[in-house]
Every structure is written in C-alpha cells, then in structure tokens.
Design a protein around this ligand. Structure first.
Ligand SMILES: NC(=O)c1ccc[n+]([C@@H]2O[C@H](COP(=O)([O-])OP(=O)(O)OC[C@H]3O[C@@H](n4cnc5c(N)ncnc54)[C@H](OP(=O)(O)O)[C@@H]3O)[C@@H](O)[C@H]2O)c1
Length: 345
C-alpha cells in the first residue's frame, strides 16, 4: 500500500515534468543546457584533479637536496621509534650527525648506540624532552644542546593521537591539551630554537611531519586532524616567508605507516615500514614542494580520495570512526568487567 502510494506520486511527478517540458520548449532547453554544463563542469573538475595529481606523481621523480650540503647536523624529534627513528637513521646514512630528541632517556641511549654502531662515521647526541610539557627550562636545554651546531635539517616529527576515536566531549581537556602540545606546540617552539641559526647561515630545511588526516575529514579525531591541518598551513606560510633567506619548510604527510601510533604491525602495498617511508621522505627534502606525500602508494591513495566527493568521504570517515569507537568501548568494558571479577575473587 505504502509502496503503491510512492509509485503513484513518482509517476505523477514524472508525468507532470514531462508534460511541462514538452509544452515549454524554453524550459526544456534550459534544463538540457543545465545538464550539459553540469557534465562539462564535472569533466573539467575530474580532468584538473587528474592533471594535478599527475604533476604530483611526476614530481616524485624530482630528486631532493643533498642534505649534507644543508649543514652537518640534523635534529629529529620523536626519534626513538617509528617514523622519527626512520628519519634519524636515513639522515645518518646520508652522512649527517644527529641530535636525537624524545621522551625516554634509556630509549634515547639505546637508539644512539644502535645508530653509532650502524654508522660509525657520524656523531650523535641526545636530549630527553617530554613535549607534553615543553616549558622554558626544557626549551633552554634544547637550545644549549643545539646552539653551536651547524644544523641543516630539523625534522619536527613527534606526534601522538587518540588511543581510539572519541567524540570531542568524551576526551578530557587534559588529553586535548596534550595533543595540542605534542603535535603542534612542539613544532612551533622547536622552530623558534633552530630557525635563527639556519637564517644566519642562509641554508637549511625544516620538515614538519603532518598526516593524511590533515587534509581528510577526521570526525572523532578532531583535535589530531586539526593539528595536522595547522602543520600544513604553518609550513606553507613559513616556506613563503623564509625561502628568500635560504631556508625551505615543508610538511611531509604519511598515510598509514607501520608503527606504535598506527598500531599496524605488518607492512603492505599501502602501508610501508617506517624505514621505507623515511627513506622516501628524506629523498624529498629540498624539492621545493611545501606539501609532500613522500611515499608513492600514499600519493596514489590520496589521488583516489580526491576524486571522491567530500560529502562521501565525510560520511565514510564518520561511520568508520563510530564503528571503531563502538568496538573499542565494548573491549574496554570487557576488560573492566574482567578486572572487577578478579578483584571480587
Ligand atoms: N604511523 C602512522 O601511520 C602515521 C600516519 C600519519 C602521520 N603520522 C605522524 O608521524 C609522526 C610519527 O609517528 P609514529 O607513528 O612514528 O609514532 P610512534 O611510533 O608512536 O613514535 C613516536 C615517537 O615520539 C616519541 N614521543 C611520543 N610522545 C612524546 C612526548 N610527549 N615527548 C617526547 N617524545 C614523545 C616517542 O618516544 P617514547 O618512545 O619515549 O614515547 C617515539 O619516539 C607523528 O607526528 C604522527 O602524527 C604517523
């Protein structure tokens, strides 16, 4: 009955429109032109997107700078694991000395020993900093460690995300502040410390590690996505300000990479290891691009995303994150129930 009612309405509307258009030649022409223009506009947009990405894919062939010519030292934040460790080892492989900065001194010591054993011709120093509390005293520690060094490359890599997707109000203000401190203020403050030396030497490159999340909709990860979007905008603006002074700034955006943060343990076509990602990323330092997707399958993935209308991406991201959140909450509840049961036994 309900179905018939809709079918009748639909038939009536179609009948009315057809009759109206047959009786009104001008209206029919306008509708026709509207659809022709829409089709051309769609084709134009798709062509421009493909040309843009072809340009991007071709730029992958442009070789980066010889990083050693930028200076003797590289500074890498978040250097004891994942992508940061990858950057540190790759820059050392290219002959640069490395300042390793991270939270945990014991991990810094272990990574420093590993790096020097692998690349005995380079030097390495460490500074332990918790970027969630990068206060003046800690900033001075970093200043002292880097002040007399010829720093050619700064990689602002340190970052953190949520343990699982959260609605904005579900995450504590403390967590929100920590996300902003680690993902964003670490970068602006480290840049204050290192950029003046680069400007005075008139050479250097600052790489800010962003994320695909900075350009794609991030419901339930709003602060992380927002921070990464800031990283992109900050890097582009700074590059325009300082390129005439010999310093280039870029944001390098990974999609998924094997690491503790992504919780992905095995590499695949679209998910490189941190080492493979870092090798591609260092090769892209100094190409002149201000926003770089260094790993080729990430660029391909991004190209495909950009052909999808934004509203579909928004809906897809929302549904995916809601479903991950639901499963994670169930797991948390199971763990809490098991812990309670243990206590009562
Ligand atoms: N992995 C991905 O799929 C992916 C995708 C897009 C973007 N990214 C971005 O890539 C960057 C690196 O991510 P990752 O996956 O390599 O992360 P990771 O494996 O979790 O490594 C994070 C590194 O940062 C350090 N760190 C974390 N919190 C810190 C803090 N408060 N103070 C100082 N150091 C801290 C860690 O040191 P400790 O071990 O001492 O904690 C570790 O060395 C981040 O900016 C992230 O947003 C990653």
């Amino acid at each position: 009955m309900v179905h018939n009612c809709y079918a009748d309405t639909e038939a009536a509307v179609v009948g009315f429109v057809t009759e109206y258009l047959t009786g009104h030649a001008l209206a029919a022409k306008l509708v026709g032109w509207f659809f022709i223009c829409a089709a051309f506009y769609g084709l134009f947009k798709a062509t421009m997107a493909v040309i843009g990405h072809m340009r991007g894919l071709l730029r992958m062939l442009v070789p980066g700078a010889n990083v050693k010519k930028l200076g003797e030292w590289a500074v890498v934040t978040g250097a004891t694991d994942g992508i940061g460790k990858g950057y540190a080892f790759e820059l050392a492989r290219q002959g640069m000395n490395i300042v390793l900065i991270s939270r945990t001194q014991s991990k810094l010591d272990a990574v420093k020993s590993e790096l020097l054993a692998k690349y005995p011709n380079v030097q390495a120093t460490t500074v332990a900093v918790d970027f969630s509390n990068f206060d003046e005293a800690k900033q001075n520690d970093v200043k002292k460690a880097v002040d007399n060094l010829d720093i050619g490359v700064l990689v602002n890599n340190v970052g953190m995300s949520y343990s699982r997707p959260h609605m904005y109000l579900e995450a504590s203000l403390e967590l929100t502040n920590r996300l902003i401190e680690v993902n964003l203020n670490s970068m602006t403050r480290m840049t204050y410390i290192v950029l003046p030396g680069m400007v005075s030497r008139r050479r250097g490159s600052i790489v800010n590690v962003s994320s695909g999340a900075g350009s794609l909709p991030q419901p339930l990860q709003a602060v992380y996505g927002g921070c990464k979007n800031f990283v992109n905008s900050f890097s582009e603006s700074l590059d325009l300000e300082y390129r005439s002074k010999g310093v280039r700034v870029s944001s390098q955006a990974p999609m998924f990479v094997v690491s503790n943060l992504s919780k992905i343990r095995r590499s695949s076509f679209f998910v490189p290891s941190a080492t493979a990602f870092a090798r591609a990323a260092v090769a892209k330092i100094g190409t002149g691009e201000t926003y770089v997707l260094p790993y080729w399958t990430h660029r391909l993935q991004f190209c495909l995303y950009s052909l999808v209308p934004r509203w579909i991406l928004q809906k897809g991201a929302l549904n995916m994150h809601l479903s991950i959140r639901k499963r994670a909450i169930r797991k948390e509840e199971r763990i809490a129930a098991a812990a309670n049961a243990d206590k009562t036994n």
